[in-house]
Design a protein around this ligand. Sequence first.
Ligand SMILES: Nc1ncnc2c1ncn2[C@@H]1O[C@H](COP(=O)(O)OP(=O)(O)OP(=O)(O)O)[C@@H](O)[C@H]1O
Ligand SMILES: [Mg+2]
Ligand SMILES: [Zn+2]
Length: 521
Amino acid sequence: MALARTRAVALFGVDGHIVDVEAAITSGVPGLHLVGLPDTALSEARDRVRAAILNSAESWPNRHVTISLFPASLPKRGSGFDVAIAIALLGASEALPVGACAGMVMIGELGLDGRIRPVTGVLPAVLAAAEAGADTVIVARGNAAEASLVPGVKVVAVGSLRALLARLRDLPPPDEPDDTSVDGAAVGAHTDGLAARSRARRGDLDLADVRGQAEARKVLEISAAGGHHACFTGPPGCGKTMLAERLPTLLPDLDQDAALEVTAIHSVAGTLPAGQPLITRPPFCAPHHTASRAALVGGGSNRLIQPGAASLAHRGVLFLDESPEFAGGVLDALRQPLEEGEVAIARSGATARFPARFTLLLAANFCPCAAPKTRDCTCTPSVRQRYLSRLSGPLLDRVDLKARLREVTRAELRYDLQLAEPSETVAERVLTARERTRKRLVGLPWRTNADIPGRELRRRFAPPHRALASLDQPLADGRLSARGLDRVIRVAWTLTDLAGKDTPTADEINEALGLWQGLTP
Ligand SMILES: Nc1ncnc2c1ncn2[C@@H]1O[C@H](COP(=O)(O)OP(=O)(O)OP(=O)(O)O)[C@@H](O)[C@H]1O
Ligand SMILES: [Mg+2]
Ligand SMILES: [Zn+2]
């Protein structure tokens, strides 16, 4: 019996697990058998691997071949096992030197012509390979830039099975005109990506585009500085959507860890911008109000579990425009990510995990008729009440900043644009405030004031007693809940950091209380 072994990676959520791919050739009825819970796509691998091997001028063993994926209990999805299967098989048929692929992990799909194609989820897969101690990871050329983000492991990008075999046999690489063009395209795409990024940085969007709405602009600044959730209500056309879309322009770049987390999620979802291997800016994700629960928090079939908008917005902004129009059950699904910072999806005995720590931004009209002028509204007070109350309860209770926007006046629209502060100026203040927060939280696991748990707001980060005096009455008459109290204190810390002070005073507490209550007319 001839045996050969190589390794691949199974992904579950954003967690990769090393899989041993073992090929055994025995006497018996000729054929290829896959064992170890392969899903449909993996069974299709059988046909792809066979065609790819034959089209790479290799011979197909006309014997009984068993491919085993171990651990068998691990659910395995997708086409990224093709290369490992082909190499194990050729190893077992003694077409490769013994030990040629020791220490290697192989990730890639095979085309029928033997080409190695890119797959989604390469970043978390290579991270898993590096953690498992692999010294070399074989990937498709299209995945090279993404795979190279992982430190401590050698990434070899190969265009075809033929080229990979030459490498494992220590032969010169075959002439492959197609390959070089793939490479060239990848390089072009990469520079395009850089251009796109700096454009985004300079900003097609800028807070300077927004006239008036001083209060809402302030709310965006506080939200950016402290990571606080916010809600804008107001008449149609007053700039709610416009303001919300500009929140990312106030946020600092992602640090290295956050960038890798965000990139891993987008890698699995297949939403990495072309030619931009590492996402370094906070993402902005705005699902439509007709979005399903799965689209919002993730889900899907056994075969394909996809992260939802909440995870695609990880370390960035999740914007729910026209938020009362979302189906109630759909919004309730946000409770888990809001509380735990991640979404867990259980399928076939295992749980996929996707990080989902985002700043939630809601926008809403006051009423369903959406009349452009408040005076034209035909809704009864009870209809209006019911409309906004769709948002209330668990969700609105978690929103720290609530701003009521007015119509922009004609004078404001005519306002000299140069008077409106650009994003860059506001972003600098945000950065300075975040730096103060970081210094205070040094050695602690939280990055922003919004992350500080309630118990710490009563111990390490308790504001002075006299500053809190104005909260006694709202607490006594029920206008302020216990959860609301914590939120007010967190925002007060952010206001303190923005003001360059050391501890919150009655001023910051009062302002934070006003922002928390914001929607009450
Ligand atoms: N404050 C503002 N400054 C400059 N332009 C504005 C402002 N408000 C509205 N506009 C203009 O009106 C358009 C509509 O604004 P926007 O979509 O942000 O309003 P909205 O409050 O989201 O309305 P709706 O409730 O209908 O969604 C914008 O594209 C912009 O051209
Ligand atoms: Mg809008
Ligand atoms: Zn109305």
